[in-house]
Design a protein around this ligand. Structure first.
Ligand SMILES: [Zn+2]
Ligand SMILES: [Zn+2]
Length: 386
């Protein structure tokens, strides 16, 4: 067996990523939220080899590979011709820039293009489709899923530093299930390759090997949200965990963006019902007692008589865009006027985009939203088990 073949087999067996090794591939479970039973895979690049146990099949550019779960094994057909049933199959290309398309055929779903290699096997009652991808191509893919293809370069750099920091801190999250991360927001949303957007790859390259650390050199909890509404939230207020770099601060950059304001109307009876479930005696509160206004982000919705309910509880129960809003009773309804979109902690994406448009650098963006946080090479970061 030649060296080349042996390396290919190691990759096919699903060599997993080790946090301390840089320049590695990561294994991402695709469509992790679905019970996938069948997929169609088409190489978008020459030089893929299909490896199933001891057998190998060359996969030409444009060839069609159908994979279907059959009990605990995978049944394969190449260009419509059955190849057999296998415990494990892998699509391998030694070129890290190789790509393939993956179409969900059962359940029927969308087609997405992925970088790197693919591992197919059955586990958890479904056909597993694990993408073995260079980690820099992975972070570029997550950046595309997060902020789309048309942001500024410095914004991509900031977003990618957060994504790479998350990967470093959480790369073992699904290790007992046989892969590094899932492709859902449980880990980081990932919908495949960013190859159509060279600026994203450029941002990944410019920040390659860099992560974000706090004052003590520890990897930060890399949190962000769509729009803070004009003031970021402190982690202490929302999560009740005080954090040095996740503090409240005024944000002038996001106020004219898409997610800056929202409105909602809720029946007064439902509003009262929820407050009662939190122990508020609504019989003692007059109509005006529900009104609340604040130009600052507040942790507590304080009613007349001094009783208070956390805004985050209201946000969660009524599925509101943010936990910062004014309350006004009108007739039998409660009118809410809200600011921001998301939990408001950490980097505000729409504000950061505005900063980048105004010519701010990635360092300035990070310093603005993440107090005292530094950009350092990975080797200098302290990784804590999470
Ligand atoms: Zn996950
Ligand atoms: Zn903001």
């Amino acid at each position: 067996m030649g060296v080349h073949v042996r390396i290919v087999l190691v990759l096919a067996a699903g060599l997993l990523w080790v946090p301390s090794l840089w320049g590695q591939r990561v294994s991402i479970s695709l469509h992790d939220d679905l019970s996938v039973q069948a997929v169609r895979v088409i190489p978008q690049y020459a030089g893929y080899v299909l490896i199933t146990g001891e057998r190998q099949f060359p996969l030409e550019f444009g060839a069609t590979l159908d994979a279907r779960r059959e009990g605990e094994a995978v049944s394969l057909a190449l260009n419509g011709t059955p190849l057999g049933v296998f415990a494990h199959a892998a699509l391998v290309n030694m070129d890290p820039e190789a790509r393939f398309s993956l179409e969900l055929t059962s359940p029927a779903g969308k087609t997405q293009v992925y970088d790197g290699n693919l591992s197919l096997y059955v586990d958890f009652g479904r056909l597993m489709t694990n993408n073995l991808v260079d980690q820099e191509l992975y972070v570029a893919g997550v950046a595309l899923a997060e902020i789309g293809g048309y942001a500024e370069l410095e914004m991509y750099k900031a977003q990618i530093l957060l994504i790479r920091t998350y990967l470093m801190a959480n790369g073992s999250r699904h290790i007992t299930e046989g892969y590094n991360l899932c492709d859902q927001t449980h880990c980081q949303a990932y919908q495949g390759s960013a190859f159509r957007y060279p600026k994203i790859g450029q941002a990944a390259k410019a920040t390659q090997g860099q992560v974000l650390v706090d004052r003590n050199g520890r990897l930060i909890n890399s949190v962000f949200h769509a729009n803070c509404g004009g003031e970021t939230a402190s982690a202490g207020d929302v999560w009740l965990v005080h954090n040095d770099y996740l503090r409240a601060r005024r944000d002038p950059y996001c106020r004219r963006s898409r997610g800056a304001v929202w409105r909602a109307t809720i029946p007064l009876a439902k509003w009262k019902h929820f407050l009662q479930s939190k122990g508020v005696r609504t019989a003692q509160i007059g109509r005006g007692g529900y009104n609340f206004r604040s130009d600052r982000r507040e942790a507590l919705y304080t009613l007349s008589g001094g009783v208070a309910v956390p805004f985050r509880d209201l946000r969660e129960y009524f599925k509101l865009k943010s936990a910062w809003f004014d309350v006004r009773v009108s007739g039998d309804k409660v009118l809410l006027e809200g600011r921001g979109y998301g939990h408001g902690i950490g980097l505000c994406q729409e504000g950061a985009m505005r900063m980048a448009v105004e010519g701010k650098t990635v360092e300035e963006i990070v310093a603005f939203y993440l107090s005292g946080v530094r950009v350092v090479p990975t080797e200098e970061a302290i990784v804590e088990e999470q």
